[in-house]
Design a protein around this ligand. Sequence first.
Ligand SMILES: *Cc1c(COP(=O)(O)O)cnc(C)c1O
Length: 434
Amino acid sequence: MSKQLEMNLMLEQDNNEIWRKLEGLSEQVEDKARDAFGKVEKIAEKNQWKVIQAFKRHQVSDYHFSGSTGYGYNDRGREVLDEVYAEAMGAEAALVRPHFASGTHTISCALFGVLRPGDELLYISGKPYDTLHKVIGKPGDGMGSLRDWGVSYGEVPLLPSGEMDWDAIRSAVNERTKVIGIQRSRGYDWRRSFSIADIAEAVKRVKEMKSDVIVFVDNCYGEFTELQEPTGVGVDLMAGSLIKNPGGGLAETGGYIAGKREYIEAAAYRLTAPGIGGEVGATMGTLRSIYQGLFLAPHLVGQALKGSILAAGLADKLGFQTSPRWDEPRTDLIQALRFAGPDHLIAFVQGIQAAAAVDAHVVPEPWDMPGYEHPVIMAAGTFIQGGSLELSADAPIRDPYIAYMQGGLTYAHAKYGILTALHRMAVRGLMDQL
Ligand SMILES: *Cc1c(COP(=O)(O)O)cnc(C)c1O
């Protein structure tokens, strides 16, 4: 252990006064946020009931959990899982698979599934999530990106207000535009996330411009934060990760795609092989945790959202900017907190890690993560590697210095994680307010 680290640890243990102040502040925030918490709990209840009804309608039984081997033909558990997901997402069909390696892989399958050479993908919610830049590609990058296959790309930046720029979108849509992309969540950006109402309005406007366009939504971090999902309000195709919201902390890996049946089939041909699609794919021992995770997801999303509200409320009291603010409506898990410099980011993220049940003794450092353009520091003391419905925090080390935190399988973990993070900042002399 380095001298510096040892000193920090001693300081942190000794400084009970700061800890007590932070606990006191958190109680004030909890009082103030009672209504906001109540709204989150109502949504969690309704979504819980919606998910149970989907299970019931498709007669989920114990034998659906057993999984298959080899080709995985006639895997009833896998087929019913697709149906349950489709129903919970308000979609015609779904493809839920442990074979999706990540959210990026899932989104990539959905896009490659429906786009053909000569088509254009147009993102209307500004720059997409970092890991998608290489999926979209640059001319001649040789990685088999969409661009390499002759799919062109356009992007309409958001207005300074954070709204979509409809004049610019109208002039960007052209005869090649096949897919309109919308990212629901802010991702690693200081912008507003798009609510279900925003997305419904965007679908309406886009279809007025071009009726046969496919509206795709990157739904990562959005699931079960509102009463409906994008596919319930006219979106044609959407995708998300099972190690985020809908996996309920239990799914060990995987992703889902939901939407119109023909597009789901196209994505399945991309995932396995043309002509084979979703008929194969052994699920082995993964199904029970994916089903049970979906069952738990509405409640856990509620716990995580309450944690985000508390974080924003505390940061607000301490004079840091937050997005969203504690009392703003939410449509995703991500809480962005803006700090003064890189040291603040590092202390905050290390504090989140230090409050984890798993790997609390590990001290994260910034590193060059594959797919990201800046060094990133991540706190991921999680049961599932990189699982971000679990309490986690990420910060690209770049100006402006913004930490993005999300998750918490229990509200209490989120709360004590945030307190530990703020405490660490304070004892490193990065917070004069306390
Ligand atoms: C997490 C995320 C992704 C990518 O998922 P990975 O599992 O990290 O590959 C894409 N878009 C958004 C908005 C995300 O939050």
